[in-house]
Design a protein around this ligand. Sequence first.
Ligand code: PRP
Length: 198
Amino acid sequence: MKGAVDLDILIPEAKLSARVLELGSEISHVFRGGEPPVMVCVLKGSVVFLADLVRAMDIDVNVDFMSISSYSESRSSSGVVRIVKDLETDLTGRDVLIVEDIVDTGLTLHYLRRTLSARDPASLRTVTLLDKAVRRIIPVELEWSGFEIPDTFVLGYGLDHEGLYRNVSDLIVVPDIAHLVAEPRMYVAPLWPNAAPT
Ligand code: PRP
């Protein structure tokens, strides 16, 4: 298998990092002079983006984490989600920024915006690194978006398949999803030749 799998990079690390720097600067500009915004990281995929984004900002911020899950396998079509881990921060009167790695159908973000706006924040905005706009089922407001991407399956920079590949620095596109489903570790050896075999 080793060496037999080509890695197709959709967005290389350097381009991701340049765009994150721009976003950090634009977002800092909007919040400068006010209370520190609460940056709400939606686990788990957004952690890599959040970690880079906060360090690209030159204002003080608060960070909090939220984990949501579907009631069933059908979240992508139903949008019915539940909170697995809630925020620890009281959002009342705060400027809130939802940090997402990807917006696809929009159902997750729609739910989040509705849920968080019910907590009386002073403002509620969203930044997403990736916007798969062609897949949208429900329109959602995106104040900042890093890249609009086509309807392809992507991995890396926080995005996973079966929990793997979040620690890849580039954004990789998967041309053959059936192959990945059959062989979830197919990219491990090409990415990390020294990874222990399983
Ligand atoms: C991703 C992403 C969003 C959601 C977007 O999370 O982080 O929360 O999907 O999809 P939607 O617009 O179709 O609702 P995922 O379910 O992959 O969880 P993870 O971040 O823990 O991997």
